[in-house]
Ligand binder design. Sequence first.
Ligand code: C5P
Length: 233
Amino acid sequence: IEKFEMLYEGKAKKIFKYNDEEVIIYFKDDVTAFNGIKKDSISGKGKINKKITTFFFELVEKEGIPTQFVKDLDENSFIAKKVEIIPLEVIVRNYTAGSFCKRYGVEKGIKLENPIVEFSLKDDSLGDPMICENVILSLNLVEKDVLEKLKEYALKINEILSKFLTEKNIILVDYKLEFGKYNDKILLADEISPDTCRFWDKDTMDSLDKDVYREEKGDLIDKYTEFLRRIDI
Ligand code: C5P
């Protein structure tokens, strides 16, 4: 990987130039929480998340969601279309958890009447503040048709993943998506992994995701490996 030019380094991934149209997304072993306040390196995490992301990107692509995934490269990386990342985090919630509970003072683990789509502004220095659709449009962060597409894709992905995980006796509690622009098309970008989703065992409600690290309630690699085993990939 060292022979490629690094374009960007994030908290959990590095992006390298592959050619003019494509990049290499490399999954690091680094793990962070609370906007980078808590951080560690956990050997083996990168390759697990890369494997899960590849699997989910291929799964949603098959169901008609365009993604940036092109092809596998090695254990920790895949080749992806070089997109211009839209500066919004698209969060979908099926059950109450995390910041939603804090914000609205509700108990964790309540099934929501309908899935909720929320947006956050992607800006670490501001702590990724929640942003409403009016503000997104007023600030011209994206156009109206793009905003509608983000919601449509986020909810379609919710159906695809929820259906798949229900069969594995896993609840898809919530997750975060990022999208990018590529030649005027909107593509699913970044990752879908236990770092960016909450997955609960349906019987025990135990976490199989980064909450294990955030809340120090077990070994991250054990839980991520358990998730891999359960989804059978
Ligand atoms: O923290 P919060 O409860 O809002 O997170 C909702 C979901 O989005 C969780 O699955 C979390 O892992 C994910 N998320 C993320 N990156 C962020 C914020 C949230 O992956 N910056």
